[in-house]
Design a protein around this ligand. Structure first.
Ligand code: 4NP
Length: 154
């Protein structure tokens, strides 16, 4: 199994959006038996909570469910469990590296560095713009799926 972990600060806005969108794309390509997707927070602020209602509503608009999803914190063991550890912004990458013991690994990277945008995913917790984030998340997920397919000859 190939395992992908999306990470943001709270695990209620951006990383659960990426998790649900990526799982949907993977299912559309009939790859659910090969690629597993999860997400986690660097902070403890929202552990156990479902995705933000803005994230839930935006995904529902596109026919994607968030049922059963709840925030959890990143843990050291995630480094061994996941092959792709994807931070939403530069600050997430700094925190991931610290929390995982600074492994300095190519499997840890910033999401939109896979696209031409090469920037942080804007945080709708502060911007209120869930559409802007959704559009970038969709682009990032498509790029990540291409990368995984190439690297695993799927
Ligand atoms: P996220 O957004 O990292 O995309 O889930 C945030 C959610 C909560 C907080 C910050 C960002 N917070 O400070 O509680």
């Amino acid at each position: 199994m190939i395992r992908v972990l999306f990470v943001c600060l709270g695990n209620i806005c951006r990383s659960p959006m990426a998790e649900a969108k990526m799982r949907d794309l993977v299912a559309q390509e009939n790859l659910s038996d090969k690629i597993e997707v999860d997400s986690a927070a660097t902070s403890t602020n929202h552990i156990g909570e479902p995705p933000h209602h803005g994230t839930q509503e935006k995904l529902r608009e596109y026919g994607i469910s968030t049922t059963g999803m709840e925030a959890r914190q990143l843990k050291k063991g995630d480094f061994e469990q996941f092959e792709y550890i994807v931070g939403m912004d530069d600050s997430n990458i700094g925190n991931i590296n610290k929390m995982l013991g600074n492994p300095d690994s190519p499997k840890i990277f910033r999401f939109l560095d896979l696209t031409d945008h090469k920037k942080d995913v804007p945080d709708p917790y502060y911007t209120g713009d869930f559409q802007e984030t959704y559009d970038l998340v969709e682009e990032g997920c498509q790029a990540l799926l291409q990368k995984i397919k190439q690297e695993h000859m799927l």
